[in-house]
Design a protein around this ligand. Sequence first.
Ligand code: MSP
Length: 659
Amino acid sequence: MNRFYITTPIYYVNAEPHIGHAYTTIVADAMNRFHKLMGFKTFFLTGTDEHGDKIAQAAQAAGIEPKAYADRVSGLFRQIWPKLSVENDKFIRTTDSEHMEVVQYVLQKVFDAGEIYFSSYKGQYCVGCERFYTEREIVDGKCPDHDKPLIEREEANYFFKMSKYQDWLIAHLESNPDCIRPERYRNEVLAFLREPLEDLCISRPVERLNWGIPLPFDAKYVTYVWFDALINYVSAIGYPDGELYREFWPVAQHIIAKDILKPHGIYWPAMLKAAGIPMFRHLNVHGYWNTGAGKMSKSHGTVVRPLDLAPVYGLDAFRYFLLREMVFGLDANFNEEALVQRLNADLANDLGNLFSRTLAMTARYFDEKIPPFGSQPDEKDLELRARVEEAIVQFREEIPALGFHKALVAIWECIGAANKYIDYVSPWNLAKDERLLPRLQTVVRTLLEVNRVVAVLISPFMPLTSEKMLERLAIGKTAADLRLAEDTVWGSLQEGAKVSKGESLFPRIEAPGKKLPKEAKQGAGKSAGGDVSPMPKEEIKSKGDAPSAPMDEGLIDIDLFRQVDLRVGLIKKAEKVPQSEKLVKLIVDIGEERQIVAGIAKTHSPEDLVGKQVVLVANLKPAKLMGIESHGMILAVRDGQDLKLVVPEQNVSPGGKIS
Ligand code: MSP
């Protein structure tokens, strides 16, 4: 059986969990879920790094013992992961006795092999980094990371012969080009290795720091925090002789950000080599999220911390944003506006709408039952299916190669294509003619199949949404039971099974910082009067990413209504669209001239229309109808077979805003 082992850094307990920690851990979770979906046996590790100067100082500042302090903050990390749908198999703490024993075991082993020596050292030390800096690294007499003056310090300490492993490491990275990825970080490590490597000081005298693991061969010293921390990756799985270690270490992959490349790309390989432990398989390095604290949106006067946004906008929306927005390896900016934009465009409009429309049609035309493929697929059906197959291939290839955003783009291309397919096929027209029932069945079934594959493909990224979709599509499996190979086979939905429409997956958000629109369960005003629109409902929804309301009618805030720019317009010209029974092309004066294509030709002749004042939506995204661009929508009321235009009580100046 294939195996997959993924680790995150173990996080320092001197700061509460934030967006950076969340990103790394969510990426690890998505990779882990992906491998489960591929049928791998997986192990996913995260945890906290609790020893060292930094923690001792933070505890002192908080006025409590280091262990009590570590217990509290470690608890915060442990609690937050399930809230972000992170399903790790183990949470390790460097204060766990099993871990401490393994650290001592490794130290002893390396010491016995003659790879650790005792020596006096005088140098420039940074308390924040807990390490000495070499002349080469110091910038203007300061620590390059903290921009603070360094302290001169002399100490007799234990050193690990790291320099000895330089040539071996260069050779390893050259013969395993994807060991450190993306390539820019491999190059960075290789560039560092072009200069002579120094030995690594791996001890701290107890009188200066006692919050650490004692050296097994000299109790007057504790272990340097990085030597302690890195070993978590093997201690957590039972090194040296545990079953998990045997199973999973050969396939180990780490995920870190660029800030800790050096300890992972240089110290850790050298430590492994010295201890006789095989190298990890991949070190996956991502960039930094910049939150531009000053620029963060404010809500009720307080600065929003990015992690606080997850429950506000929804967990899956948050995960989607992080994974879609950052190109793995590069830096990215986090801002609330961008999150809301993605939520509205990609999730509410594209995915949410596709799912609602598909289920609404299944309900309306087939009494909620999954129809058979009634007729042979036509060219459009096959085109859409090919898109889906392509998305599956991309998904399978991109995720193991860290192309999370590319995998998502491929899935969303498929969602976009399915929405366009609905517009093109116009199922509501097929529904008017009983002879076209087999075709309608095929169309709706095709759409249901697309939704099913999408539900499977999004499962590593958005597990909750995937679950909801699976349930409503009457697929008797949870996301955890899915297997890519069998669950994306075209046509495998259960014919006759009953789907359930439910609420919209992603309600639209009006603006950053505002609450979600209230979801009203009943369709307010649904049948009180005619729909104010000249087109069938589906057609209006079909305007792709236009700001349409979700399919489920609900109450909206006044602000949402105000986003719709309603104007009075004077019709200057009108002509029928050739080869269309119902479309007419209008030139309407709203202070400027607008070309609008309206579906009113059956009830209104072009001659009658010229000179009339009408009401129109002026800020709709342009759409093409029968190849003609339309820049707005005329309002009308359907009254039985008839259609009446909405007009002002008396003539007003063209362009007058309706409020
Ligand atoms: N304790 C060490 C790691 C030891 S691993 C053997 C440590 N801890 S940390 O709490 O500082 O976590 C650093 C990691 O948190 C980064 O490598 C990254 O995974 C994550 N991030 C912290 N801030 C980040 C951003 N602003 N952006 C992206 N990820 C960041 O270093």
